[in-house]
Design a binder for this molecule. Structure first.
Ligand SMILES: [Zn+2]
Length: 328
């Protein structure tokens, strides 16, 4: 399996909406009304459906849709030795969620996502991304009751995530995304995030991507370019491409995962709008270093909304490619 040698490669960030039958099954499983095997059967069915959905849309690099996950931090924490999950904690507003708690030495118990990746990859001839949560974010989103400080905790997470990343690569993943959405919330800790992530990516040959999610990137830029990954995936549509001015001052030296769909907005962006958004970036980054995707995961949208948005995105890229080749 090789990555497409092209330009304006299309992909998505990771999550897709879970179908109703799976939401229902997850509730039933939490009440012990169905078995783990029964739940897993439906998670596999949903994964298969979302792979077909992406193939039909004509996306270049696929994701497994995260049908088997709830929250991106607790999913990993549930599987790690040295971690447990807290009771319900209140977050912003009235949402409650569970947080990982580090209660002992963190250890990798063996592959966590590899079987899911292999399953998703077996359903398509297009590359499927490996998807991990980065060490800085795992540390920042956990309670720590074992290590003496934030750095030690982050570096302990690095060790286990590095092993998972290598296992994905060994299984055949040519593209591994290591999400670090917490980085933008504490700019003063960027050096720690860089140190922690470098221990994950240092021995990888696969293409490495980090999704940064929302935040005040202006405070982190250009230092952000020191994150040891080949591609930074940035939310750009929601913030109306205000980073471009910074890119003019300090050249963006990596590949960019360019968010062109605002996932907080129900309405699908017209094709022409998406084309303009991509063209704006040509001014500062050449097409061969641009990957086109939504701002963030699509799990908060309906499948129908995701479909219309992505259809327009793929169409927009198709037309732009044609224009670029004609005028080349
Ligand atoms: Zn995001």
């Amino acid at each position: 399996m090789n990555l497409p040698k092209t330009f304006l490669t299309t992909t998505t960030v990771g999550s897709f909406p879970k179908p109703d039958y799976l939401k229902k099954a997850r509730t039933q499983f939490s009440k012990k009304e169905i078995t783990r095997e029964e739940l897993e059967k439906l998670e596999k069915r949903a994964t298969q459906e979302i792979i077909q959905f992406q193939e039909k849309l004509g996306l270049d690099i696929l994701v497994d849709g995260e049908m088997y996950r709830g929250d991106m931090a607790t999913f990993f924490a549930e599987h790690l030795t040295g971690c447990k999950i807290s009771g319900l904690v209140r977050s912003y507003g009235n949402r409650y969620y569970r947080k990982p708690v580090v209660i002992g030495k963190l250890e990798w118990p063996g592959p966590i996502t590899v079987d899911w990746w292999k399953y998703a990859q077996s359903l398509t001839h297009k590359p499927v991304k490996g998807m991990l949560t980065g060490p800085y974010t795992m540390m920042d989103w956990s309670f720590n009751e074992y290590y003496s400080n934030r750095r030690d905790t982050a570096l302990a997470f690095s060790e286990v995530i590095a092993q998972e990343a290598l296992a994905l690569e060994k299984a055949g993943a040519v593209c591994i995304q290591i999400d670090e959405p917490a980085v933008s919330t504490k700019p003063e800790e960027l050096p720690l995030a860089i140190e922690a992530l470098s221990r994950v990516t240092q021995n990888l040959k696969a293409k490495t991507i980090s999704h940064m999610c929302y935040g005040e990137f202006a405070k982190l830029y250009p230092k952000l370019l020191d994150l040891p990954v080949q591609q930074l995936d940035l939310e750009m549509a929601n913030s109306d491409y205000d980073m471009i001015e910074l890119f003019k001052k300090f050249p963006f030296t990596k590949e960019i995962g360019l968010g062109v769909l605002d996932v907080h907005n129900h309405a699908a962006e017209p094709k022409e709008t998406i084309k303009k958004r991509i063209q704006t970036i040509f001014e500062v980054i050449p097409p061969e270093r641009i990957y086109v995707d939504p701002d963030c995961g699509l799990k908060t949208r309906t499948l129908e909304e995701s479909e219309t948005k992505l259809k327009n995105m793929v169409e927009a890229v198709k037309e732009l490619k044609k224009e670029l080749l004609t005028y080349a």
